[in-house]
Ligand binder design. Structure first.
Ligand SMILES: *Cc1c(COP(=O)(O)O)cnc(C)c1O
Length: 219
């Protein structure tokens, strides 16, 4: 679907929720997509992108950053502690902080660098064993732990279970953010970003609806 159509749908969802136009940031998820599709979106002026893999992002983005000023990169995939240094050097925001060892590593890097990407805590709202994220009942304490490390934690992120109604998960995340004084909510993908905006999403992560289906066979 053309980028302009996605943006129009986001704006309509903002209006329907009586939220100001532009209050939702569209993160175009470019993982695994062929370069020409990503460049077509960059050429249309979009500058906010999401990637899942540190090494893939390291390979692709330095050249695009040089060609297209103003790129903002969001890390939305699980982050291994041994990739944290590369991640903070590359990304403007990390959406997948989900364990003390990673938070402590990010805090040491922030001390050394004098700066840190904006951080989101990922919550495993569906309690799926194979999925990253803190469990819902552990989220408040973990947010407090991350804050105690003087890290810039700004919001929460979730990926609802596939094939389930996302809305209860979005509502749970919004309530958790509100009671923790967090203002940003990273939720909503191609199939459900309008429902996420209705529930208060500030960042929607949309991949295939913009770029087309991903072909993992080509990696
Ligand atoms: C791949 C991915 C997306 C984008 O998914 P689409 O269904 O293609 O929009 C969003 N969020 C995360 C965490 C992802 O891994």
């Amino acid at each position: 679907m053309p980028l302009a159509d996605i943006i129009a749908r986001i704006n309509a969802a903002e209006r329907a929720a009586a939220r100001p136009e532009g209050s939702v940031t569209l993160i175009a998820v470019s993982k695994v997509q062929p370069a020409e599709r990503v460049e077509a979106v960059l050429d249309q002026g979009h500058r906010v992108f999401g990637e899942n893999y540190v090494q893939e992002a390291q390979r692709k983005w330095p050249a695009w950053r040089a060609r297209y000023p103003g790129v903002q990169l969001h890390m939305i995939g699980p982050l291994q502690t041994n990739k944290a240094k590369a991640a903070v050097e590359l990304f403007d925001a990390i959406h997948t902080v989900d364990r003390p060892s990673l938070a402590e590593r990010l805090a040491r890097l922030a001390d050394q660098r004098g700066t840190s990407p904006e951080l989101f805590v990922q919550v495993n709202t569906g309690r799926e064993p194979q999925k990253a994220g803190v469990l819902p009942e552990a989220a408040d304490e973990f947010v407090a732990q991350v804050r105690a490390l003087s890290l810039p934690v700004v919001g929460l992120m979730c990926i609802p279970p596939e094939g389930e109604d996302s809305r209860p998960h979005f509502a749970m995340l919004a309530e958790m953010a509100a009671r923790n004084g967090l203002t940003k909510l990273s939720m909503g993908m191609s199939a459900d970003f309008e429902a996420a905006i209705a529930a208060g999403a500030t960042h929607v992560r949309v991949g295939s609806a913009i770029f087309g289906a991903r072909d993992y066979g080509q990696r």
